[in-house]
Ligand binder design. Structure first.
Ligand code: FES
Ligand SMILES: [Fe+2]
Length: 398
């Protein structure tokens, strides 16, 4: 029985005593233990408790612009399928045929009318309904009295789209997304209201890049939450916006954390500028905010652009970082006039993210040390990072 428990519920992979040290006051707390970054058994548990139980980002709507566009996504071994349906809504299904379990779609594609399984050609419509079962009753007999199609539709995953991010809650147990995101929307209402959210336009030319890093996904979030590393890792950025120009962000209830800058300058090249959000608080025109919405998305909000930097965990020590960039209105996002400025902005962020790779890969290497106990936090500089550790620890213990 014990063995079955171990296999079905990998909680034996967790050292709950060490985990409890995370929740101490910041001056006495340790970070998450090494196993959370190095142990494959732990990762299975984390997949369940962090990625399946919570609202997790698996892509952006703009990468499926047309009805019938489909993309597979592999969430640490769980095959998912994202489809834009006939009503132009994003839907997410488990990417597995109800017949013999063949994976339905294995690369991004444009589907004509149906989702057809390559194995025996069963077909599903874009709402997941099984609509064709060729030869199911023998050659040229496509129906069978003994087989009820209605019981073999695709399994849909609870999903929603917010500011172009596609969120899934695979275990269907998290609170409604509207409620979940309300504290962040409330915080950002001084910059963008619900109508302004709709103004973000994806840039088709310089709107995307990805980076593969030899690091656990959590290090990317931890690093994003703090500005402490600015002088050492981003010396150029530090010249225009140094530590003292930054402030901490700690969302309550604990769902997000990060930092803000008080020195953001709108981008300009030869007197050309991007359009800006119209309802931005006049007192805070130079504010920009960098928030990690747990577990796996980092968002950058500026008066003249917006980005989504989201993480695809690949293994304990491997992560793909996806960057999607947006501007306000289609002219800024895709017009010829501002193409050079978009190119420059994309390069700027790519350079920053490349600089961060050395930090997060260095932390991954350090976690091989048996004497490291999760480390300490600066009581002044690391509060948002500690908040993320507490979020992970509390969700693992639930
Ligand atoms: S496994 Fe899909 S049709 Fe047979
Ligand atoms: Fe950084």
């Amino acid at each position: 029985m014990d063995l079955i428990n171990k296999i079905t519920n990998n909680s034996s992979a967790i050292d709950f005593e060490k985990l409890s040290n995370v929740d101490r006051p910041i001056e006495a707390a340790n970070g998450l233990p090494n196993q959370c970054y190095t142990d494959d058994n732990y990762l299975k548990y984390e997949r369940e408790k962090i990625f399946c139980d919570k609202w997790t980002v698996i892509g952006v709507g703009s990468s499926l612009p047309k009805s019938g566009d489909a993309r597979p996504y592999n969430l640490l071994g769980i095959p998912l399928l994202i489809v834009r349906d006939r009503e132009h809504q994003i839907r997410v299904f488990h990417n597995v045929c109800s017949h013999r379990g063949f994976k339905l779609v294995d690369k991004p594609c444009g589907l004509k009318n149906v989702i057809r399984c390559p194995y025996h050609s069963w077909a599903y419509d874009f709402s997941g309904r099984l609509i064709a079962t060729p030869h199911v009753g023998g050659l040229n007999v496509h129906e069978s009295e003994k087989f009820d199609k209605a019981k073999s539709n695709l399994k849909e995953v609870r999903s929603t789209v917010w500011m172009d991010m596609i969120f899934v809650n695979i275990n269907s147990n998290e609170i409604d997304f509207e409620e979940y995101i309300q504290p962040l929307e409330q915080r950002w209402s001084k910059f963008i209201n619900k109508e302004d959210q709709k103004l973000i336009n994806y840039s088709n030319d310089f709107g995307y890049f990805n980076l593969e890093v030899n690091s656990n996904w959590k290090f990317a979030i931890e690093n994003y939450c703090e500005s402490y590393h600015l002088p050492t890792i981003h010396p150029e950025l530090n010249k225009v916006s140094n530590i003292n120009d930054h402030y901490h962000i700690q969302g309550l209830p604990n769902r997000f954390a990060g930092q803000g800058s008080k020195k953001y300058q709108t981008l300009t090249k030869e007197d050309k500028r991007f359009d800006t959000f119209k309802n931005w608080n006049k007192e805070q025109l130079q504010h920009s905010e960098y928030i990690a919405l747990f577990p796996n998305v980092m968002i950058g909000l500026h008066i003249d652009h917006f980005y989504i930097f989201w993480l695809e965990p690949l293994a304990t020590n491997k992560t793909r970082e996806h960057m999607n960039m947006y501007y306000i209105g289609n002219e800024s996002a895709n017009g010829d006039e501002l193409k050079e400025l978009r190119k420059q902005n994309s390069k700027f962020w790519k350079d920053v993210m490349l600089e961060d790779i050395s930090a997060i890969e260095g932390m991954q290497e350090g976690r091989g040390s048996p004497v490291y106990n999760g480390g300490n936090f600066s009581p002044v500089m690391d509060a948002p990072t500690h908040q993320f550790h507490k979020w992970v620890a509390s969700n693992l213990s639930k």
